[in-house]
Design a protein. Structure first.
Length: 284
């Protein structure tokens, strides 16, 4: 009998292993929970983490049994506060969070649509604030976050934020907060576009005569494999596309439709523009 291959685990990040700040995570739902898992996987000491989550799942309770502080009876003070709650609950949550903010604390928000100005009003004057937009692949450590900082964030704080956000994927920084609306439309909403592509490709395969289960597997593996190839390759997407396309072949016939008038590029440009506009509307 062959031994089962060992699952590769991420190596602890030295920066997080030596992390000296106390971290308070408010909201450990899908995105907050993904970040917490990333921190622990990369060596962030459990005794440095406090989590406030009204509805803790089994995994979170298990973390608490191994040293993480969950829903403490007494209010705590933290030098780093990560806000992972839903935007609509922000007004009530921020009032309580402000009371748990230590002097010279760093506030990191992953709430969609809530601006730095909104956050600054809730915390003491001069509080350092980083607003970040992660995305769903953070749940498997393959996300990307785009962050923007207010003027109170110094180099050390930026490194702290980068370390915590980087536990679930790549991190990019922008200087203009207004760009986060487009970021939301591209990387924040982008996974839904990819999933829709998988749905559409599956339906097209079924229409072409393939059994439904095979059609779904082909669509899933083709998109996943192509995405990994794009990530690992130094070749740009346009060149990779051309490499697959033989003149006058089957791929060229399909691309004549997808790249024609009203095709994929036009649709995505319109879709991203609409999502960007909606992000601005939600931010007020």
């Amino acid at each position: 009998m062959k031994a089962k291959p060992k699952t590769a685990r991420p190596k602890p990040d030295a920066t997080l292993a030596r992390f000296s700040d106390d971290v308070l995570l408010i909201g450990a739902g899908k995105m907050g929970g993904a970040m917490l898992q990333g921190w622990l996987a990369r060596g962030l000491p459990r005794d440095k983490i406090t989590v406030i989550e009204p509805e803790p799942d089994k995994r979170l309770r298990a973390f608490a049994e191994r040293g993480l502080t969950l829903n403490p009876a007494r209010k705590t003070k933290a030098s780093v506060i990560v806000l992972g709650v839903k935007p609509q609950t922000a007004p009530d949550v921020l009032a309580a969070a402000a009371k748990m903010t230590a002097k010279d604390a760093l506030v990191i928000s992953i709430m969609a649509g809530r601006t730095i100005a909104f956050l600054e009003k809730a915390f003491p004057a001069g509080t350092a604030v980083v607003r970040a937009m992660p995305n769903l692949p953070a749940s498997i450590g393959r996300g990307i976050s785009v962050a923007v900082a207010n003027k109170a964030v110094d180099r050390r704080m930026r490194n702290v934020a980068a370390g915590l956000l980087g536990a679930v994927g790549a991190v990019e920084w922008v200087e203009k907060e207004a760009l986060l609306d487009a970021v939301t439309a591209v990387s924040g909403s982008g996974p839904a576009y990819v999933f829709l592509l998988a749905e559409a490709l599956t339906s097209a395969a079924i229409s072409a005569g393939l059994p439904a289960d095979l059609a779904a597997r082909l669509a899933r593996e083709t998109i996943a494999g192509s995405g990994e190839l794009l990530k690992q390759s130094s070749i740009d997407a346009a060149t990779l596309r051309k490499n697959v396309t033989s003149p006058g072949g089957t791929t060229a016939a399909a691309l004549d439709v997808l790249m024609g008038p009203g095709g994929m590029e036009t649709l995505l440009t319109t879709a991203v523009a609409m999502a960007t506009r909606r992000s601005r509307e939600l931010a007020g």
